[in-house]
Design a protein around this ligand. Structure first.
Ligand code: SAM
Length: 244
């Protein structure tokens, strides 16, 4: 089982540590994009967290189920209004099984990178394929690794710099991994959080999808279907299972 970095300390402060991702301008286009693809009315969220997208998706009439490694994140979800219509399975989304199949599976906010081995990421695609209806979709939102923006010889890149939050990615190129370091100033005190990730290229994700029997259908740089270009810093990719 992968290590759980989202303990009670992080779960209790998730919304205040990353307030920008709860902005309607961020949430609404993502929910609209996902609702459009959840044609059968069912969706599986991998790493559902505290329900940032699952709750509004559920309010649009989609039956959402989540897989979540962190009991603390799941408890904070379950304490929110509307959570009684969302089922949660505690486990690793690379291997956990849930009964039934879904029209849509989705994995947002770089969470595919929480699986820190190539084998784990491949397993995740295979697990998703096993949980999709024929013709069902798998959506991933993840960064494009920022190596083009890393000066030669440097290993550390700032990804956020604000008066209350500093974030740095520390790249290990040989291992295709990075460690994200966060520092927040909260009421004059310093709070920190570091976690390891395996960064992954769009083409490698396409190969993992192919191994799992999924085909790339769409790739965008944002939830409003902005074009994906050589300058894009992240992507939203949609693969489809055959049949249906
Ligand atoms: C960055 S948060 C995203 C939460 C939510 N999807 C959102 O958009 O706000 C990543 C979540 O994935 C969960 N997670 C990480 N690795 C996991 C794994 N292997 N299996 C299941 N959940 C995992 C974490 O516990 C955390 O709740």
């Amino acid at each position: 089982m992968p290590e759980n970095y989202f303990d009670e300390r992080i779960a209790a402060t998730y919304e205040t540590k990353w307030p920008e991702i709860f902005e309607p301008a961020v949430v609404d286009p993502a929910v609209s994009f996902l609702a459009e693809l959840a044609r059968s009315g069912t969706a599986l969220e991998l790493g559902i967290g505290t329900g940032r997208l699952a709750l509004p998706l559920s309010r649009r009439g989609i039956r959402v189920h989540g897989i979540e490694l962190s009991p603390a994140m799941a408890e904070h979800l379950q304490a929110k209004p509307g959570a009684d219509s969302i089922g949660v399975t505690i486990g690793d989304f690379a291997t956990a099984t849930v009964s039934g199949t879904f029209g849509l599976a989705y994995l947002v906010r770089n969470t595919i990178m929480n699986l820190t081995t190539q084998g784990g990421q491949v397993d995740c695609f295979r697990n998703v394929a096993a949980h999709l209806d024929p013709g069902g979709y798998f959506v991933i939102e993840v960064i494009v690794p920022a190596l083009q923006r890393l000066p030669p010889g440097e290993t550390v890149r700032a990804f956020t710099v604000t008066p209350r939050h500093l974030g740095f990615d520390e790249y290990d190129i040989a291992a295709q991994r990075l460690t994200s370091h966060h520092f927040w100033v909260v009421n004059g005190e310093l709070e920190t959080f570091s976690a390891p990730f395996r960064y992954v290229w769009p083409a490698e994700l396409d190969l993992m999808a192919q191994l799992a029997g999924l085909t790339l259908r769409e790739r965008w740089s944002g939830w409003d279907r902005e074009p994906f270009t050589s300058d894009s810093t992240s992507h939203i990719s949609v693969w489809q299972k055959s049949g249906g």
